[in-house]
Design a protein around this ligand. Structure first.
Ligand code: FES
Length: 112
């Protein structure tokens, strides 16, 4: 069964496996690289959510950030991002890139 979960990518892009749903359900974040693009994956309200792996402020490693509800806090300077919208509380001009995720069995797929 295929289940679309979140994101805004164009349909022509390709699905890439980034990890196991079981691993993400254990409360861990994931990082991945797809064709050189760094990705971070978090479990948000029961759905895998994929974002850019680097913070749009100063390139902090977002997979090391803390998630509280739908809010991701960057580990470097503590700026916060809404994982549903990508909005940044500290700078309205910044938006965190998000990617569509699809669950196929136990595989988390990211469209990129
Ligand atoms: S690098 Fe993320 S808040 Fe500065």
């Amino acid at each position: 069964m295929t289940q679309a979960t979140s994101g805004t990518a164009a349909p022509a892009e390709t699905l890439h496996r980034v990890g196991s749903l079981a691993d993400l359900q254990s409360g861990q974040s994931m990082r991945a690289s797809i064709n050189g693009t760094k990705i971070a994956v978090f479990m948000v309200e029961g759905c895998p959510t994929a974002t850019a792996g680097r913070c749009p402020h100063a390139q902090g490693p977002l997979h090391e950030g803390e998630v509280d509800g739908t809010i991701l806090t960057c580990p470097w300077h503590g700026w916060t991002f809404d994982l549903h919208t990508g909005a940044c509380d500290e700078d309205e001009s910044l938006t965190l890139q998000r990617y569509e995720t699809v669950v196929q069995g136990d595989d988390i797929m990211v469209r990129l």
